[in-house]
Design a protein around this ligand. Structure first.
Ligand code: ATP
Ligand code: MG
Length: 650
């Protein structure tokens, strides 16, 4: 991957807001540099200090990093702790009456759950699943709507040392069955249904279908009565309410070794078959708690809202575990941003006085498409920090977020990380690091990120290459469940000198800022120039009529590859002459913005783009469409299959 070229020109810089910095946990560049230096001078000592400061250990650890079985690194191995104690018990009794979760349902009704109530509900459910025979190390599938009971189920598993694997509630029975069988789960925790956008989501019937199709390991199914219409199968099914009815609100936590798996979670499947990522209790919690404190600067009086579903890693680190480990109040939302109208997010920020808000570029681009007057109807003055994750955020979407949602006052934390990294890796500390639209800025203290060629040698400034992390960190993936060989091959390929290979391409600018350029798999090769997808897409999105864009390569006799762009316009999809005119406009626009080399040879318009259920553009499917074929490969996590036909013109 030598000579990946950068064609993006983006020079805007935003200094940390001095008012914000004055109160921030890490409020200056000097403070950031001091932490970086501390990690450089004594790497293990640095992480040991964080692990002691951010977590409560039942048995303190004496070993820090164990690399005897690298790349299966182990952290804090002789320490013992319990994740639910760190998220709940240690905040009691001081925060017994503090609201832990403000839950807004799809229909707008609101429920508040205090830390004491959270404790009691978790204990009762933990006792309940224990009574079903679940013990330490057993796997439990959680297939739930975005309601507090999803977090309660996760924490109940953690309380008794069971390993949870949350499956996004929008996945089909087949996807669910695959995950049940891969994990060998004994128990499934689900609900009779959920509500999204005014429609019911039939969770229980999907579980029934999965079990009928064959899930030999499953013994019991616990059903939360969200809709009140659960039809229970004799023998396997147990109603949540019945299970906890006579259970105690005391449940002695199982203190587990730091390396005990806390959960398994499957990746989004953007680049291939989803991988079952295994995370360890101690290390995961260290980075989850630390990044919520450093990057989101969460404090006791914040109202925090992360819009991610608990079915994704973001919902693990930034809904369930991280914020609760810090004892803050958070909003949890069952529904979708467009229901009952496109102002829902902004109305909720006003209603709950949200101060820290974290969402994905796909949502930002979709809401931006609706125009500035939608958010203008809500009072967003409670906001003090905005975050984004999931995909590269195009500079124009970043600017809209900054200007329209953040009133040019709120710092923006563009957080680069992955299911495998467990927590933020590269992101601005908002009181310390100036931001640039489209850049995730600089690695967090203790994270040794670099950009290297295929042999592991560093590339020059502004040259693209493989994004790697050179040293192990506490919340890193331990293995792919049941597949050590795939783990080693995917993340620690032989030639790379033992570095963790992220699978993304990136460049670093003269100020040491990182810019994600796309997936390694998606790099284009045009007339000998190797280009990332993100930069061409960003030029397209910068056009006032474009809402979203995805760029892929198509084999070309002379050039090697030609550039095909799939574009979603603001307003209606152009057709006929209007489409031809728009193609010309956009080709000229890209040539003007970044030069003729990046000019798409072919531009097609769609109402949407193929996306994973976590909202990421699946470029690998568009490569098939570009050559006129219905794409091959794993499409189990594709959100909107019908769009493939539209883009193919069938
Ligand atoms: P799979 O690994 O199955 O292909 P996936 O990589 O989409 O799926 P996730 O772990 O959910 O699964 O996503 C991590 C990826 O998301 C990163 O590797 C990166 O490509 C992208 N990403 C996340 N945050 C950012 C960000 N702030 N900027 C750029 N890219 C990001
Ligand atoms: Mg990935």
């Amino acid at each position: 991957m030598n000579n990946l070229e950068s064609i993006l020109t983006e020079n805007r810089v935003f200094q940390p807001n001095p008012e914000f910095a004055a109160h921030a946990r890490i409020g200056s560049l000097d403070a950031y540099n001091a932490l970086v230096a501390e990690a450089q001078n004594d790497y293990e000592g640095f992480w040991a200090r964080q692990a002691r400061e951010f977590l409560t250990w039942d048995t303190p650890f004496t070993t820090i990093l164990d690399d005897s079985n690298a790349p299966h690194y182990r952290w804090f191995t002789d320490g013992k702790l319990n994740a639910s104690v760190n998220c709940i018990d240690r905040h009691l009794p001081a925060k017994a009456q503090k609201v832990a979760i403000i839950a807004e349902a799809d229909d707008g009704s609101v429920r508040e759950i205090t830390y004491q109530q959270l404790h009691d509900e978790v204990a009762k459910l933990a006792n309940g699943i224990k009574s079903l025979g679940v013990t330490k190390g057993d796997r439990v599938i959680i297939y739930m709507p975005m309601i507090p009971e999803a977090s309660i189920a996760m924490l109940a598993c953690a309380r008794i040392g069971a390993i949870h694997s949350v499956v996004f509630g929008g996945f089909s029975a087949e996807a669910l069955r695959d995950r049940i069988n891969d994990t060998g789960a004994r128990l499934v925790i689900t609900a009779d249904g959920g509500m999204r956008g005014g429609r019911t989501v039939p969770l229980k019937s999907a579980v029934d279908k999965a079990l009928e199709a064959g899930c030999a390991s499953v013994e019991k199914v616990v059903v939360f009565e969200r809709l009140g219409n659960a039809a229970l199968n004799a023998g396997t099914d147990v109603a949540w309410s019945a299970l906890i009815a006579d259970k105690s609100t005391t449940c002695d936590p199982e203190m587990v070794e730091a390396e005990h798996p806390l959960f398994l979670l499957y990746t989004s499947g953007s680049t291939g078959k989803p991988k079952g990522v295994q995370h360890a209790t101690g290390g995961f919690l260290v980075n989850a708690a630390l990044t919520n404190a450093w990057v989101f600067d969460l404090n006791d009086d914040d109202v925090y809202w992360c819009t991610a579903d608990v079915g994704w890693i973001t919902g693990h680190s930034y809904v369930t575990y991280g914020p609760l480990a810090l004892g803050v109040t958070q909003v949890m939302f069952e529904g979708i941003p467009s229901y009952p109208d496109g102002g829902r997010f902004w109305q909720m920020i006003e209603r709950h006085k949200v101060s820290v808000f974290y969402t994905a570029p796909t949502a930002i681009r979709a809401l931006m498409k609706l125009g500035d007057d939608v958010p203008a109807k809500s009072d967003l003055s409670s906001l003090r920090l905005l975050g984004t994750v999931g995909e590269p955020i195009n500079p124009e979407a970043w600017m809209w977020y900054h200007r329209v949602i953040g009133s040019e006052r709120c710092p923006i934390a563009d957080t680069w990380w992955q299911t495998e990294t467990g927590a933020h890796m590269i992101a601005p500390l908002p009181g310390a690091i100036a931001t640039k639209p489209g850049s995730c800025t600089r690695p967090l203290p203790g994270i040794i990120a670099d950009i290297v060629d295929d042999e592991g040698n560093p590339v020059g400034h502004n040259q693209g290459g493989n994004l790697v992390i050179k040293k192990p960190w506490p919340s890193m993936i331990r293995t792919i469940w049941g597949d050590d060989a795939r783990f080693q091959r995917s993340y620690f390929p032989e030639k790379l000198k033992g570095y963790y290979l992220a699978g993304d391409s990136a460049r670093r600018d003269d100020d040491g800022y990182f810019w994600i350029m796309g997936r390694i798999d998606d790099v284009l090769n045009v007339s000998g120039h190797r280009l990332g997808t993100m930069e061409i897409e960003s030029a397209l999105v910068a056009h006032p009529l474009v809402a979203e864009a995805a760029v892929v390569g198509k084999p070309h006799d002379i050039k090697g590859e030609s550039i095909v762009a799939f574009v979603v316009c603001k307003g209606d999809r152009p057709e006929g002459d209007a489409a031809d005119a728009m193609v010309k406009t956009l080709r000229d626009w890209v040539a003007e913005q970044i030069g003729p080399i990046a000019k798409p040879d072919d531009i097609r318009f769609g109402d949407n783009l193929p996306k994973t259920r976590s909202g990421k553009i699946m470029r690998r499917l568009l490569r098939g469409i570009a050559i006129g074929e219905l794409p091959q490969g794993d499409v189990s996590t594709l959100e909107n299959p019908a769009i493939l036909e539209q883009l193919l013109g069938k």
